[in-house]
Design a protein around this ligand. Structure first.
Ligand SMILES: C[S@@+](CC[C@H](N)C(=O)[O-])C[C@H]1O[C@@H](n2cnc3c(N)ncnc32)[C@H](O)[C@@H]1O
Length: 361
């Protein structure tokens, strides 16, 4: 069993203070470069008086563009990360965005509660944008514990521990070897899952608790006899990249959240409302694609059986039933990817895939 760690309020406040970002500075020099910005907003096609949900506010690049393009629209900006939320709050208090930007702190699965709090009705929202994964603010800040190249505490919680979840270090300290193999294989698509899991458990037994990102990267590098491997597209990647991805997805329950986010989109968008998603690896894209194609059966949308999801799993088969029929019309034939110029300018965009669909039913 994985223990839940409750972070004291004092530490949370300290974390927020240390990570505070100034909204004006962020507007002048964004800490995260938005991916497929123009294409995403073109497909979202905001209209005056329309209500939009930016489900992954981050540094607000997409939100800003929606409000620039359509000053009479309103954007509800969600993020589970308190640093991103603080930025959204600062923005919402400025003259420029007052009354047009409503910041929400929480995860996709908190939306039903937030919807009620804000008196919103189902089938009423004009557009929803999901730009999945982590922001550069999370990846680049060593203290957040996502980075292979910067040493920091092995944390990886997108919400910085606000809702108490387990850290990556705690997962590695308590997980059973068989479960770790499954997580590495399914969430990391790691072919050497068995070898890495064995090595990590050996390291844990023989040496110490794996507590920093550097320690995890070094141990995996040792297990794999080298630091660099080729990824799916034959590009060089650190040999621990897939391990980091798998543990991060597990810690943040990311695939269940995405699956739930797609269910929500169907619940809260109005007919003809628009859904735009940006995914960064095939596990994310597969979930979105299945929903858009109406190819979801209860229980099958999660990449892992719920047993292997982290502690706050989402298990609402009733909501999934509505997905057996197709409710979406995709607005393009092939999945949309960034052009060479964008990839050269922003390497993080290189694996991005955009899908846009209209709710038909
Ligand atoms: C790629 S960034 C978004 C960047 C943003 N579009 C921009 O232009 O700055 C993804 C953000 O989504 C947030 N996020 C990821 N999964 C989430 C979830 N299930 N619920 C709420 N926020 C989530 C992360 O904390 C992160 O800040």
């Amino acid at each position: 069993m994985i223990k839940r760690l409750l972070i004291p309020t004092r530490l949370r406040l300290e974390y927020l203070r240390r990570n505070a970002i100034d909204a004006k500075a962020a507007a002048a020099s964004p800490p995260h470069v938005p991916v497929l910005l123009n294409t995403a907003i073109d497909y979202l096609d905001p209209v005056p008086g329309g209500i939009y949900f930016d489900m992954t506010f981050g540094a607000g690049g997409h939100t800003r563009r929606i409000l620039e393009k359509c000053p009479e629209a309103k954007v509800y900006a969600l993020d589970r990360d308190p640093v991103a939320h603080q930025l959204a709050r600062q923005m919402s208090e400025s003259e420029e965005y007052k009354g047009r930007l409503i910041p929400l702190l929480g995860k996709f699965s908190d939306i039903p509660k937030l919807f009620e709090e804000h008196g919103l009705a189902k089938n009423s929202v004009d557009g929803m944008l999901f730009d999945f994964g982590c922001s550069s603010m999370q990846f680049d800040e060593a203290v957040r514990g996502f980075s292979i190249s910067k040493d920091g505490p092995l944390d990886m919680r997108m919400d910085g521990g606000q809702s108490g979840g387990v850290t990556a270090a705690e997962v590695l300290a308590h997980i059973e070897e068989g479960d770790l193999v499954k997580i590495l294989r399914m969430y990391g698509e790691e072919k050497a899952a068995k070898k890495i899991a064995r090595g990590l458990i050996d390291a844990r037994n023989a040496l110490f608790k794996i507590e920093t990102t550097r320690e995890l990267a070094d141990i995996v590098e040792n297990i794999m006899d080298g630091g660099i491997r080729k990824d799916k597209l034959r590009r060089p990647a650190h040999s621990a990249t897939k391990t980091f991805q798998a543990i991060r997805i597990f810690v943040n329950n990311e695939l269940n959240e995405i699956n739930y986010g797609m269910v929500l989109a169907n619940e809260i968008l109005r007919v003809d409302g628009r859904l735009v998603t940006i995914t960064f690896h095939s596990l994310e894209d597969t979930i979105v694609k299945r929903h858009i194609n109406g190819n979801v059966v209860a229980g099958a949308a999660n990449a892992l059986p719920l047993k292997y999801s982290s502690y706050y799993t989402i298990d609402e088969p009733d909501m999934l039933e509505s997905f057996i029929k197709k409710n979406w019309k995709q607005l393009h034939r092939h999945v949309i990817v960034p052009d060479a110029e964008e990839v050269a300018r922003n390497t993080r965009s290189r694996s991005a895939k955009l899908r846009a669909a209209i709710k038909t039913n």
